[in-house]
Design a protein around this ligand. Structure first.
Ligand SMILES: Nc1ncnc2c1ncn2[C@@H]1O[C@H](COP(=O)(O)OP(=O)(O)OP(=O)(O)O)[C@@H](O)[C@H]1O
Length: 768
């Protein structure tokens, strides 16, 4: 029985692969056809052809991407499938998606993409369509019209195992009931060795996770969950789900995914393309201001000040203070003519510019124009009073004389200097006197925290301040403002051209205008949606996903609010893991800069994840007990499995590094036999990072890396902060006391570190 069922599934899945190969061959043929087209020397037709070629190349890449685990599930439908709904872009007919059998059962196969046969009948459902929902949500208590759920476990293209859950066992014969399979697909997936890269979980998404993934696009959704509950996995699958289901809305605006560090982005970057998505910008908090990449942060007490909302008002005051009406009349030399200018001329031009309500640099253009016009009138009057004949036709060159006069430039610039956000912040931090004038209520000690040399590089906490300043300053010169407007106009033209080109090529319905327009832009080096979005500070995303969101400061939330004015957010994190000095201590407080101080349910909703998929029970328990002793606000979660290794503590009898070396070797030895990449994480305080790395790298040549680069090696040495969001088969934590002592919010840092292993935890402690 089991083997007959297995054979039957193998046959079905073989058919699916046949179809996949056929579609790939079709796309290849189309690609050849496009290449073979004679487009002559016309530049536009050539770039149109190349844009078409990209559409087919992308399709081929997408079909290649899903080769592994193409189909992973089957639903047996008990009743007529309910009508589908909801999400706008999901392909309607995919929704039928049931395969009828001779015995009257109807089956729906679930996979990583949707496939149809040559008669356009769906033979595989994309996991994101509503009809695939019961695969993740049905239970015996709520079967959702499903009789049974089958997991198909595969190796390469071959199904190696099937595993059934029957929701309605009344109609089963004894023989059929015996066909239930043993070990869960979930357990199999959880006990696989880690590789330093996160994998998709489409085949084993759990019901509580699925509810979050499929939650509607609109509004702010906060997902709270303890370590290892799948928050990151859920957030990324939700991004893939939303891009698929709300394609029309999100395709051209894109989705922004914000993570805590470049190491973390490297860890997750393979997940989204493997889910078949590309309209996504991944960014660490330090990369959110285009043109500046901040790689390290300030000391915690400095970061705390820079993260406070009060900084927004300070920046506004700083900008305003750069507009100065002179106290006295000024005498300006214009080609030998002395013109006396009273402060009111400047003040009037400023008032006029203020009426435009434009940002500082853009309003300055009005200021300069108005001031020059007034000065021209004054100069003309003065020249006339000296007996010269000056009429309106002469105003043009008079204005030019004024514009190029050194004195006029100095006068206008001292009244209203053009500013970049960088210069504003550098001045603010490097000129204590100015800062003191702007912050009369601050203590000198608080001001001293911001003091810094002008040349010092920008920190992660500066990024939100630069962005805040840019918002008030606007574009530095008119050309870049015009460029930005032009880029937006160009996109509209690209889409119109693409629609026309699709008609001309006779491929309506096969190629989408937005995809083709993206390729037009790419051909013209304007970049894909994701590239254009990442380079444009004023880009507004259709949806924003924030991971490890508990770390963000109010100023960082303000920045994200500007990137997502539609307020469509998925925010995941664990308040108990908050370690940044500027972070909030409750979700309500954290999201206030985003939604205002409103009650839960009013503008935002909260979901919780309660099952720990990563950490074995005994390690999770120890971490929870520790956190509770330290007064951290942990939410208890239950682990789905045990580990075979007890937590061990190695106390150095001699040099601590020697003991560490031994512990790491033991950890690596456990994983022997399989390519041991990214399997051991060694967590130390920042001050000991370099020394530890150098010692281990010398002792285990070629096997050790530090920080993000360690993820491609068997052993990664990192700080608790860098380890945030990551996981390893084995984790070795060096000197707990020192972590508690030297790292701000050390208890939280240690709690995070203890919850990184999927198998084994070792403490290395100094000689007592
Ligand atoms: N439904 C699932 N099926 C298979 N694996 C899963 C599932 N859910 C989570 N996992 C795995 O559990 C591990 C932890 O998931 P993830 O990193 O998303 O958790 P997290 O809540 O973000 O953790 P933390 O807050 O500690 O960083 C990952 O290896 C992930 O692939």
């Amino acid at each position: 029985m089991v083997s007959a069922e297995l054979d039957r599934e193998r046959d079905y899945v073989a058919k699916l692969y046949e179809r996949l190969d056929e579609l790939r061959a079709d796309a290849q043929q189309q690609l050849q056809r496009v290449h073979a087209q004679d487009v002559g020397g016309n530049h536009q037709s050539r770039s149109e052809r190349d844009a078409f070629a990209r559409v087919f190349e992308d399709r081929i890449a997408q079909l290649n991407d899903v080769d592994e685990r193409l189909a992973f599930g089957r639903l047996e439908v008990a009743e007529a499938a309910e009508g589908a709904t909801g999400a706008e872009g999901a392909d309607e007919s995919d929704a039928e998606g049931a395969e009828s059998d001779d015995d009257g059962s109807a089956y729906r196969y679930i996979g990583r993409i949707g496939l149809r046969d040559e008669n356009l009948k769906p033979i595989l459902l994309d996991w994101r369509v509503p009809q695939a929902g019961p695969f993740y949500q049905a239970t015996a208590a709520t079967p959702m019209g499903i009789r049974s759920r089958r997991h198909l476990l595969s190796k390469g293209r071959r199904i190696v195992k099937i595993e059934d859950e029957i929701f309605d066992s009344t109609g089963l014969s004894e023989e059929e009931a015996g066909a239930l399979q043993g070990e869960g697909a979930l357990m199999a997936s959880l006990s696989t060795q880690r590789t330093g890269r996160m994998h998709d979980i489409v085949a084993t998404i759990q019901a509580e996770q699925d509810r979050i993934i499929r939650s509607p696009l609109a509004g702010v959704l906060v997902v709270q969950g303890g370590p290892g509950t799948g928050k990151t996995a859920v957030a990324l699958h939700r991004a893939a789900y939303l891009l698929y289901s709300y394609r029309d809305r999100l395709k051209s605006s894109g989705v922004l995914v914000v993570g805590p560090s470049p190491a973390f982005l490297q860890y997750i970057e393979a997940v989204l393309p493997s889910l078949g998505e590309s309209g996504v910008v991944l960014s660490s908090v330090g990369q959110l201001y285009p043109g500046v990449e901040a790689t390290f942060d300030d000391e915690p007490e400095v970061a705390k000040v820079k993260g406070e909302t009060g900084m927004a008002a300070l920046i506004e005051r700083a900008i305003r203070s750069r507009q100065r009406v002179p106290a006295e009349p000024q005498v300006l030399d214009i080609n030998g003519e002395q013109l006396t200018v009273s402060p009111s001329v400047i003040a009037n031009a400023m008032a006029r510019a203020a009426e435009s309500r434009k940002p500082y640099n853009e309003a300055r253009v009005t200021f300069v124009k108005t001031a020059l016009a007034e000065l021209t009138r004054m100069l003309a009057a003065q020249l006339r009073s000296h007996g010269n004949t000056v009429d309106e036709d002469d105003y043009g060159w008079l204005r030019e004389d004024l514009r190029s006069s050194y004195d006029v430039k100095v006068a206008l610039n001292s009244a209203w200097i053009p500013l970049t956000p960088q210069k504003l912040l550098q001045d603010l931090f490097a000129r204590p006197q100015w800062l003191a004038e702007l912050t009369p209520t601050w203590s000198p000690a608080k001001r001293a925290l911001l003091r810094r040399d002008r040349e010092a590089p920008f920190t992660i906490s500066d990024i939100a301040l630069l962005d805040e300043a840019a918002e008030h300053l606007g574009e530095y010169n008119e050309r870049s403002a015009a460029n930005q407007r032009e880029v937006k106009q160009q996109r509209k033209r690209d889409i119109r051209n693409a629609e026309q080109a699709i008609k001309n090529m006779d491929v309506e319905g096969l190629v989408r205008a937005e995809d083709l327009a993206d390729n037009f832009a790419e051909q013209a080096s304007r970049g894909t949606t994701a590239e254009r979005a990442a380079a444009d500070r004023t880009w507004t995303y259709g949806h924003i996903v924030v991971d490890e969101a508990q770390e963000l400061s109010p100023m960082q939330w303000r920045l994200l609010r500007r990137r997502g004015p539609m307020r469509s957010f998925t925010i995941v994190g664990d308040i108990a893991q908050a370690s940044a000095a500027a972070s909030a201590s409750s979700w309500r407080e954290a999201v206030a800069p985003l939604v205002g101080r409103v009650q839960l349910g009013d503008g935002w909703r909260l979901e919780e994840l309660t099952v720990n998929y990563r950490t074995p029970a005994q390690i999770a328990e120890a971490a929870q007990v520790f956190a509770e002793e330290q007064g951290l606000p942990v939410t208890r979660s239950s682990s789905v499995r045990e580990s075979e290794w007890p937590i061990s503590t190695v106390r150095a009898s001699g040099a601590q590094l020697e003991a560490l070396h031994q512990a790491v070797q033991d950890a690596v030895a456990i994983d022997r036999g399989i390519d041991p990449v990214g399997t051991v994480g060694v967590i130390v305080v920042p001050a000991a990072l370099t020394e530890t790395y150098e010692y281990l790298a010398a002792a285990l040549p070629g096997a050790v890396g530090v920080g993000a680069s360690g993820l491609a090696r068997s052993v990664a040495v990192m700080t608790p902060n860098e380890a945030k969001g990551l996981e390893f088969d084995s984790v070795v934590i060096v000197d707990r006391e020192r972590i508690l002592r030297e790292i701000p919010r050390g208890a939280s840092a240690l709690y995070v570190s203890m919850t990184r292993p999927t198998q084994r935890l070792t403490f290395v402690e100094p000689r007592s």
